[in-house]
Design a protein around this ligand. Structure first.
Ligand SMILES: Cc1cc2nc3c(=O)[nH]c(=O)nc-3n(C[C@H](O)[C@H](O)[C@H](O)COP(=O)(O)O)c2cc1C
Length: 365
């Protein structure tokens, strides 16, 4: 069982590094968000403070690397590279699903390397929500946290991924109640994250009521797990057909983020197709507390810690530049900066009954 999980995880890495497993026709929607340039920013770029505090932890910038890997020797190298970079920059990271290491304890070190290389950065453990339906409980979740001395745990929801793969676990009945049990008993924050299909306001409200401490929207527009399964499949198989049919399935990240931040009071993390510091700034303007980047960090981490650090530093520099041009001295000022929501994203949100006009009216100075 653990071997099978390991093989599948190695294939995910190989495909995400070498194939175009990104949304094909869908976009995350960041192109529909526009800032208003200020010719009179009235701030000193050198004095911009990009730091933020969440869960009592200070991040030098509101950026984390999303959950990706563990379980194999290549995964160890990737986790180590990401950890080294986020430690240096004082950011945060998630490790991939730790199920393999719960099944086979000797794989624990492929995840624990993250804490070894990042003694002080914010680390997020990871386990599948569907695993909670299939027998896992508080004991296993605690193990994931202890394994990497995590600051929080992410429970991932991946119905799309499970549905398009032949070995998928598709019984999600009772998953919310199980998440609620874990969130109620654990002394570390529980984050619930999607993995590329987004979270609707209806589900965000249920998760908040169940006691989760943050939501990571994991929307559509970046890595597509239907695409990953397409590349894993055999010619003319059902898996290939479903991977192709559901390639772009889901709620675009910007739509999901806007719905969720308008529906709940708990912190919301933006992820799914976040590809630039500008995207990070737009996510924060839409009230995200952090933005999370996965696939681009994987590409960099495959080359090493220095490349990962460079990639993340560029995101921070681009974010700081946006902050300068809109006159935002602090990260929280971005959530007061006027933005215009246009195009398909505005249409989608208006049709669903969400307000998009107020973003343009706020904070005029
Ligand atoms: C190779 C790879 C493996 C992943 N494995 C996991 C995982 O084990 N657990 C999880 O919660 N998310 C996993 N994800 C999903 C990411 O955390 C993220 O939600 C998704 O990739 C969208 O972000 P992106 O568009 O920046 O890649 C994985 C992503 C990639 C690229």
């Amino acid at each position: 069982m653990a071997e099978k999980t390991e093989k599948r995880k190695a294939e995910h890495i190989r495909i995400c590094l070498n194939e175009k497993a990104q949304a094909r026709n869908a976009t995350a929607g960041f192109e529909d968000i526009q800032f208003i340039h200020r010719a009179l920013p009235e701030i000193d770029k050198q004095k911009i403070d990009s730091s933020t505090k969440i869960f009592g932890h200070k991040f030098s910038a509101p950026i984390i690397v999303g959950a990706m890997t563990g379980g194999t020797s290549e995964a160890t190298r990737i986790n180590a590279a990401i950890a080294e970079a986020v430690e240096k920059l004082q950011l945060g990271m998630g490790v991939g699903s730790q199920r393999a290491a719960i099944e086979d304890a000797k794989l624990g070190k492929t995840f624990a390397v993250a804490r070894k290389k990042a003694p002080t950065a914010f680390l997020i453990a990871n386990i599948g929500g569907v695993q909670l339906v299939h027998g896992y409980g508080i004991k296993e979740v605690k193990k994931t946290i202890e394994m990497i001395d995590a600051d929080a745990v992410a429970i991932h929801l991946n119905a799309l991924h499970e549905a398009v793969q032949p070995e998928g676990q598709t019984n999600f009945k009772g998953v919310l109640a199980k998440i609620g049990e874990v969130a109620g008993e654990l002394d570390k924050p529980v984050i619930v994250k999607e993995t590329g299909a987004g979270i609707a306001a209806e589900d965000a409200k249920k998760l908040e009521a169940a006691g989760v401490k943050a939501i990571d929207v994991g929307g559509t527009g970046g890595t597509s797990f239907a695409a990953v399964e397409y590349y894993r499949s055999e010619m003319n198989s059902v898996q290939q057909f479903l991977g192709d049919a559901f390639w772009d399935w889901g709620i675009p990240t910007v739509v999901s983020l806007t719905e969720t931040t308008q529906a709940v009071k708990i912190p919301v993390i933006a992820s799914g197709g976040v590809r630039s510091g500008m995207d990070v700034a737009k996510a924060l303007a839409l009230n995200a507390c952090l933005a999370s980047v996965s696939q681009p960090a994987l590409q960099a981490a495959a080359k090493g810690a220095k490349d990962t650090e460079n990639k993340l530093s560029l995101l921070i520099e681009e974010l700081r530049n946006v902050m300068f041009l809109v006159g935002a001295e602090k990260v929280r000022d971005l959530a007061k900066t006027p933005i215009v929501v246009t195009g398909k994203t505005a249409e989608w949100l208006k049709t669903r009954g969400f307000n998009v006009e107020n973003y343009a009216k706020r904070g005029a100075r």
